[in-house]
Design a protein around this ligand. Structure first.
Ligand SMILES: Cc1cc2nc3c(=O)[nH]c(=O)nc-3n(C[C@H](O)[C@H](O)[C@H](O)COP(=O)(O)OP(=O)(O)OC[C@H]3O[C@@H](n4cnc5c(N)ncnc54)[C@H](O)[C@@H]3O)c2cc1C
Length: 398
């Protein structure tokens, strides 16, 4: 029998997240977004609430909860603002989960523990100015020199670039394989901000996630100890894809929070705004927009919960996570579009939160695999053009 009931721990995690994001961030998010201002205090609040290591065992500095709890926290974060959920996507989904999966015991002690405790903030650097969906097209190189690697290259569109302490960076260790576009020439490295030759900067003028940091990371002759190679040389592509299994899961879960935020804001507005002598929630075409939001929320939630359940069992969930990410982000875009429509002209103004939801919803259909990439993945799995090959390391179950 399938058990749909959330545990006490799940409810506690969701309550905690709702409390931190709701009490601290919610009252000021509209102004932060308007001013395009990042508030460093918020991440400290997440640290103090022990949320930045929610799904890792206590021995690695975490709270010892499961991946469903992580999803619920992401949903509550994005209910308030996408920038809050993005922290969980890069810090946990794309970075710490990879170290937990692929890292040596020494790397877990050195990086996972401080990250899970929130003492160090981490992010993920795959995208470059000339390569996003086509990860094999990256140009960053890592040349072996004795017990070190020398990294050169530039990463672009990196969340938390200006505040992260640690970066998971992907680079070519075999340039002959790079010429042949053979992904077994790629490797993954843990880079610290304090390594000489690392510089970062922010990207300004973004459509959404304006209260968050998105930026670039430049590496010029950065000397990285060989001990900071994650996994084996040549495993970088597999590691990047497994990182995306973690990150996409957080994006999917978060997107259902955005849908719920659209539903609640629209319900409140539609129950007071009158046209033709009745509140607009009584008009059938307005009801249709609510029905579509409910459909997206309920079905999307089941999809990410399914992916979370597979992760808890320690099973591969690339296909299910991709489907959840595609569906939930697609539905979040639609919900935000409908929420603006329900608000009429007021939805066009930042007096109401739905215009921010509308702008924020766009990014998630681009990052962590564009909508088109997920469509291709789903079709290729079905048509038998794509299968999951065995990997040396899988995210540990709970
Ligand atoms: C707010 C934000 C935060 C981000 N954070 C990070 C981060 O922390 N770390 C990181 O590494 N990256 C990050 N990214 C980058 C993101 O992952 C990339 O933008 C994404 O992978 C798409 O790459 P691209 O922008 O280069 O688009 P492209 O790959 O150039 O694609 C452009 C268009 O072509 C389509 N397309 C491409 N190939 C195909 C194909 N084969 N078939 C059909 N259509 C195709 C795409 O779907 C898209 O519509 C972030 C991006 C944003 C916007």
């Amino acid at each position: 029998m399938i058990d749909f009931e959330l545990t006490g721990d799940h409810k506690t995690a969701a309550d905690l997240a709702r409390d931190v994001a709701g009490k601290y961030l919610r009252p000021q998010i509209a102004e932060l977004d308007r001013q395009q201002k990042y508030d460093p205090e918020f991440i400290k609040r997440l640290k103090d609430a022990d949320l930045l290591g929610i799904c890792f065992p206590e021995k690695y500095g975490g709270m010892g909860l499961d991946y469903i709890a992580l999803g619920l926290v992401c949903e509550e974060m994005e209910y308030v603002d996408t920038t809050a959920r993005v922290i969980f996507s890069v810090h946990i989904g794309l970075n710490s989960m990879a170290i937990y999966t692929w890292g040596s015991e020494e790397q877990k002690q050195k990086y996972l523990i401080p990250q899970a405790k929130g003492e160090q903030i981490a992010t993920f650097g795959l995208t470059e100015p000339a390569a996003g969906s086509d990860a094999i097209g990256i140009l960053t190189t890592a040349r072996k020199a004795g017990e070190k690697y020398i990294l050169n290259g530039e990463k672009m569109w990196i969340s938390l670039a200006d505040v992260a302490d640690n970066f998971l960076i992907f680079a070519w260790t075999d340039t002959e394989k790079q010429k042949k576009r053979d992904h077994t020439g790629l490797s993954a490295f843990i880079i610290e901000r304090k390594f000489a030759g690392v510089t970062t900067g922010a990207i300004h003028g973004k459509l959404g996630v304006r209260a968050g940091i998105t930026g670039w990371v430049a590496m010029q002759d950065v000397e990285v100890p060989a001990a900071n190679l994650l996994g084996y040389e040549g495993e970088g592509f597999k590691i990047a894809m497994s990182c995306l299994d973690g990150g996409r899961y957080t994006v999917a879960a978060g997107s259902t929070g955005l849908i719920r935020a659209c539903m609640d804001a629209s319900k409140e507005y539609a129950s007071t705004r009158k046209t033709f002598t009745q509140t607009i929630d009584h008009h059938q075409l307005v009801k249709e927009m609510f029905a579509e939001m409910i459909y997206g929320y309920e079905a999307g939630r089941l999809l990410w919960l399914q992916a979370g359940w597979l992760k808890n069992k320690g099973l591969r969930s690339t296909r299910e996570t991709s489907l959840a990410k595609w569906f939930c982000t697609d539905q979040a875009e639609k919900a935000a579009y409908n929420a603006v429509q329900i608000h009429g002209a007021y939805g066009f103004s930042d007096e109401y939160p739905v215009e921010r939801f509308f702008r924020n919803s766009k990014g998630a259909a681009i990052y962590e695999g564009t909508r088109e990439i997920h469509k291709l993945m789903q079709a290729d799995y079905f048509l038998g053009f794509r299968t999951d090959h065995e990997v040396r390391c899988l995210l540990p179950g709970v």
